[in-house]
Design a binder for this molecule. Sequence first.
Ligand SMILES: CC(C)(COP(=O)(O)OP(=O)(O)OC[C@H]1O[C@@H](n2cnc3c(N)ncnc32)[C@H](O)[C@@H]1OP(=O)(O)O)[C@@H](O)C(=O)NCCC(=O)NCCS
Length: 321
Amino acid sequence: MGVEILDFDDAYRDLRRALVSLHYSAWGGLDDLASALRARRSGFPFASYLGVYAREGDELLSAVFVSQYRLTTPQGPEPAAGIELVMTRPDAMRRGLAAQLLREVHRRERSAGRRLALLCTGRSNLAHELYLKLGYQDIFYPRTALRYIDRRTSSAPPGFRVRPARRSDAPALARVHRRANAGALGFAQRDPRAYRARFLSGAGAARGVLVAERQGRVAGYATLEPHSTWGRAGEVIAPTREIRSALMASLERRSSGRWLAFASDWFSGEDDPELARCTPLLPSYAVMMACPLAPELRRRNLYQWLRSTGRPFACQLLDMF
Ligand SMILES: CC(C)(COP(=O)(O)OP(=O)(O)OC[C@H]1O[C@@H](n2cnc3c(N)ncnc32)[C@H](O)[C@@H]1OP(=O)(O)O)[C@@H](O)C(=O)NCCC(=O)NCCS
């Protein structure tokens, strides 16, 4: 029986049970279907067709979701395709299905004018090999340092208030992120809608974002993903030392007796005194990859190209994939 490619809407309408079980077997969850439909109603961040599926008879065997990103390259800001939730049912692996779907997505995105496709994976994930074969290149490796919070050592400078974010903070968060990354390449200009869609939607999601306010205005923020014995401060946007201290004091208060993992952008450089209180910065297995879709980018070493001007490369939270 031949394999046919269909869009999310067709799969959702005709093969709902197969679609749910494919997502469940790959990701152990079902919520994504509903939230993807909700996100698309707001026009962002997914592609109009959401994703493509490989169908054989009444079975769905493989899927790829597609979202929208904005990347700043030495040639300026440009929209890019985001590849998400690549999955093949375990009993259909190694038949070339994921590769076939990705080629189809590349074809669609190229004809929609996108010059690059982006994704995140693990360097030890089998999928890394698949992406390399399709022309993807590693463009960013996040680094993390850990600190045990046995007591509070930072104090909030006067004039700051740190509080959990609200959905209505989305434009202000986008504004401080954009200002802090002015002049940088990479993910320096997030679409403001990304904040609502990615980390301020869903029950309680906004509690994972701490906002530092001065005189009622949002001056910076940090994300905190709490676990029972540790937490992750994945992104900090603190344009000044004072704002960073205010956020740090709040994180310490919330993380007493636990390890905190800080992404490298907490630190202003390798000689930041804050680093002396942490384990050394270590690269993680996670990696951001990019695939040139436009012929003129194919011969480029994208890692070097995205750093060729000496401007910093911005990528916090593995840019919210
Ligand atoms: C990764 C995954 C999507 C691959 O799907 P697939 O349909 O089997 O992939 P393909 O058949 O198109 O494989 C293409 C290439 O990827 C590599 N690859 C894929 N599966 C592999 C495996 N089990 N072992 C070694 N290499 C593998 C190979 O290079 C392969 O080419 P080859 O078969 O000619 O050697 C699938 O294993 C999966 O769903 N895994 C769980 C979810 C996941 O981790 N997704 C990726 C998130 S970033």
